[in-house]
Design a protein around this ligand. Sequence first.
Ligand code: PHB
Length: 403
Amino acid sequence: MRQERTRVAVVGAGPAGLVLAMLLAREGVDAVVVDHRTREEIEGTVRAGILEQGTVELLDACGAGERIGVDGVRHDGIGIRVDGTTHRVDLRAHTGRSVWLYPQHEVLRDLFAWHRDHRTDLRLGVSGVAVTDTGDDGAVLTFTGADGVAVELACEALAGCDGSRSVVRGAIPDRVRTDHFRALPFAWFGVLVEAPPSAKELVYASSERGFALISSRTPTLQRMYFQCDPAESTSDWSDARVLDELQARVGGVDGFGLVEGPVVARDVIPMRSYVCEPMRHRRVFLAGDAAHTVPPTGAKGLNLAVADVVLLARALTDLLVHRRGGAADRYATDAARRVWRTQQFSYRMTTMLHPQPGADPFDEQRRRAEVGHLVSSQRAAAELAEAYVGWPLPAVGNSGGPR
Ligand code: PHB
C-alpha cells in the first residue's frame, strides 16, 4: 500500500465533489478527489438542466461559468399548464431573478476543464473505495488507483460527495444516523426528442392523464417527461405511443401542441425523497446526493448539492486553515435547514402536479384546487417563483487562492 496524505479527501467527482474541490482550491486547501467512474462516464450521466441564478453566479465567480453565458439560455418564466391553458409564472417579475437552462453534463465538462487548468489531484477510475478509519482529527480512505496501485490516503477531513449509493455515508454509524425515506407511487418516463423546441419556456402540465414536462437541451434536442408507473418498461413504448401520450397531456383548447421528432433516448426515473441526518460525524461530512435525494420536479438536485458545498467549503476552511471549528460544528444543522426546505418545495411541486394513482376523490379535488390556486393567485405564484429561482446562497470566500 502506498501511504499518502492530503488535507481533504473528496469521494465523488460529480457536481458536489468538483465544486467543493474548486472552492477549497480557491482557499488554498489541498484536496484529492477520487471516483470509481471515468471522466467519460461522469460526463455521460443524463440529469436535469436547470441552474438557479445563485448556482450560475457561483460558477461565474470561480471562473467556471463562461460557457453558461454563451450556450446557456436564461429563462425568466415557466408555464404551468392546466385544463388546456398555459399560465405563466413570471419568475423575474416576482423575484428579480431567473434560472438558466444548461444541462448538468455541460456543467461537469466546465468543472473538469477548471480542474485540469488548476491541476487538481483527481483520481478517476479507481476501485474498492473504503473508509477504514474515522477519528476526531481525520480519517483514512483506501482504494486502488486506475494504475492498479493500492493507496492508503490519510486526510484531515473526508467529504462524501459520492451520490445516492454513497460509500462514505456508511462511516456515519447507525446508532447516530437517521435515514428519512419516502417513495412516491409514480415515476417519470423521460425521452430525448430530435426536434426544435415546442415552447420558449419550460411547460409543466398537469392533466387528467397525469403530469408531463416539456424541457429542452439544445435548439435541436428536446427533453420531455411524463408521469408513469415505477414498473413501466421503456421497451413497451414505440415513438408514436410516447409522442401521442405527451400530446394528450399537453394539448388543449388553445391549440398548443408538441413539435414531434424521432425519440432518440428513453429512461424511467424513480421518484423518491431521502434525507440522511446528521450530515456530519466527526471528520466525515456528506454533501449532495450522498446526503439527500429530491424528486426531480423543480430540478433542485444539482443546485442543492452546490448549496451544501458552499457551506462545507467554508466550514472546512475555518476548521483546517483558521483552526476554528464553529462552522464545521454547525454544518449539519445549517445544511439541513436548506435541505428540508428544498425537500418540501420539491415534494409539494411533485404532489401538486401529479395525480396519485387510485387517489381518494377528496384528495384529488384538493390537489386540483391547489393547482387552481397557484394559477389564479399572484401571491401563490410569487411563492413558487421564490423557491424555483433558489433562495440566496452564502457568499463564497476567496482568500487569494486561484480564480
Ligand atoms: C430537465 O430539463 O431535465 C428538467 C427541467 C426542469 C425540471 C426537471 C427536469 O423541473
